[in-house]
Design a protein around this ligand. Sequence first.
Ligand code: HPA
Length: 269
Amino acid sequence: MNYKEAVQYLKERCGAQPEFAIVLGSGLSSLADLIEDKIVIPYDEIPGFVQSTVKGHKGNLIFGNLSGRRVVCQQGRFHYYEGWTLEEVTFPVRVFAKLGVKYYLATNAAGSLNVKLQPGQIVLLEDHINFIGENPLHGPNKEEFGIRFPSLHEAYDIQLREIVKKSAIANDIPIEEGVYVAVAGPSFETKAECRMFATLGADVVGMSTVPGVIVAIHSGLKVIAMSVVTNMSNIFHSNAHTHEDVQKAAELAKENLEKLISQILIDID
Ligand code: HPA
């Protein structure tokens, strides 16, 4: 895919180089309202960007300042379940890397596999399990970004995680660490699948984030990711949850997440 055209186009429109890329998950897009001196660029104006097709997922890149730092915010992401290839899904991450971004901060809505993580809880990802069944680095290695066999040993940067935990404590925001398992979706998991994921060591489950994180690591970015628990997975109850439930619960945690991200940007050197 042709990153150069998108990078060239965005360099002409985005103003000063962004340092942080922030990806806003389902129901979490209002963080973008806090960005100052905004430049909003709809995905359909950017060469090579595909369109988000999911209700509640907007489709803009927003450049501007947050907590005095230069950011680019991805308001609405692309998902594998929409039919895009993982290369298309992660195209924005490649573009961020070429724009000079250093930090990749992903958020998502997730179901809980751990009774201690209730709806509204913010979970700082310490690791992941890729259960999508594909890897976004499949195919010839993109040498201009990174090496053939990148290590995911500490994909979620340890020092940045310490900063996030301190920022959360200083602001009285409850935060827990956990392991995220990524599934392809779009159907939610069966009970047996949830039991299996919990047994494998996963705490939360979702349909995003992991492809972007893998490509961010391959491209040399430092990664932080946070889930907002929007529902208990169905090992804990017998009622099916819906996409609307997920969006409503995300609404509840949004304020804490916004406060936390604003603080993290101040606390990272
Ligand atoms: N499963 C998968 N993805 C999700 C869930 C879930 O329970 N909740 C929000 N995204």
